[in-house]
Design a protein around this ligand. Structure first.
Ligand code: TPP
Ligand code: MG
Length: 341
């Protein structure tokens, strides 16, 4: 195994993933893909940093933010796009949609059931262990999923049976509109360690950091050392689903004005408590609003920018162009045929 990541490859994969999802977003906005669409924009670093360690027989179980791992695993983009368009020639006959994509050939399965990737990966890992193969199984799920009983059971089972599995928890700190910290007892690391797993935190927006952390987890699993729980901090750039109105609101400066105007009015009002205590109260409310905004918005980092800055500009530009050409051709082929059909 290489001891340095191939930055160009990592960046190329991240670009392929992002461009494929941008194309899918365009088709969804045009009304050509029905239902909700959950993108993995913001998760690219975590996905490609882990997937760079996969070998051909390794198996992958992922959640409904499924396109990044499918594209990064090498599933043809045109087959994915056709699937989302409902084309019978799509990856799964046009009936799975983005939440239940499956590729037997690439040994990767997605699910819309929150938490389900964990037990599925345990099954993959158990089969590898029984067959004495050095295969590793991978599960990707969100921070909200750790409150599912089946995830806790899977972590426990993986620890006591020393299963060759890497659990990747993509921690974006939200589960739809619920803040994870409001519903998480014990903390992610402490929970996993309490069940006997090795637990590691990593900045999931930094593909290189993920590559290193995942490399250690994969080597350990392959040599029979058991599971790792990798917590990758990511950002949810598009909100819970594409067109999420909460993200639009968070981005709207007018909302900030409408929130602050009544506060200023309260300070100016001649009645009520003494000015000093009114000011204190207003300051307190202002801080709460600012913290919520910062939490949801300003600290977001685009993992593509992060890795792009580590490459010489001409190399980054060439990588981006080659990804653009590939994805454009794949999406054009898929949509052209679907339109003719
Ligand atoms: C078993 C189950 N319960 C509830 C839902 C509805 N649901 C869909 S996504 C989601 C939030 C999941 O949050 P998280 O695991 O953090 O993933 P994220 O969307 O943040 O990537 C919920 C509750 C579901 N799909 N499956
Ligand atoms: Mg989440």
């Amino acid at each position: 195994m290489a001891d340095q990541p191939d930055l160009e490859q990592l960046y190329l994969q991240m670009c392929r993933v992002r461009l494929a999802e941008e194309a899918i977003a365009g088709l969804w906005r045009d009304g050509r893909i029905s239902g909700e669409m959950h993108l993995g924009a913001g998760e690219e670093g975590a996905v490609v940093g882990v997937l760079a360690h996969l070998e051909p027989g390794d198996r992958l179980s992922v959640d409904y933010r499924s396109t990044p791992p499918f594209v990064a695993r090498g599933v043809p983009v045109d087959a994915i796009v056709r699937e989302l368009l409902g084309d019978p020639d799509g990856l799964d006959g046009g009936s799975a949609g983005h939440m239940h994509l499956l590729s037997r050939e690439h040994l990767v399965a997605s699910t819309g059931i929150v938490g389900a990737p964990a037990p599925v990966a345990c099954g993959f890992a158990l089969s590898a262990q029984q067959e004495h193969r050095r295969r590793v199984a991978f599960a990707f799920f969100g921070d909200g999923a750790v409150n599912e009983g089946m995830v806790m059971e899977s972590l426990n089972l993986a620890a006591v049976w020393r299963l060759p599995v890497v659990f990747v928890c993509k921690d974006n700190r939200w589960a739809v509109t619920t803040r994870s910290r409001d519903v998480l007892g014990g903390g992610l690391v402490r929970r996993a360690r309490g069940l006997g797993l090795r637990a590691v935190r990593v900045d999931g927006r930094d593909a290189v950091a993920v590559w290193r952390a995942a490399g250690r987890a994969v080597r350990r699993a392959r040599r029979g050392g058991g599971p790792t729980f990798l917590i990758a901090r990511v950002d949810r750039l598009e909100g819970h689903f594409l067109g999420d109105p909460l993200v639009r609101v968070a981005n709207d400066a007018r909302v900030l004005r409408s929130e602050t105007a009544p506060l200023l009015e309260a300070v100016r009002h001649p009645d009520g408590a003494a000015l000093a205590s009114r000011l204190r109260a207003v300051l307190g409310v202002g801080r709460t609003i600012a913290a919520a905004r910062l939490d949801g918005l300003h600290r977001r980092r685009d993992p593509l920018d992060l890795l792009r800055s580590r490459l010489p500009a001409d190399v980054a530009a060439a990588v981006e162009q080659s990804a653009r050409d590939e994805i454009r051709a794949a999406v054009a082929a898929a949509t052209e045929e679907a339109t003719r059909a």
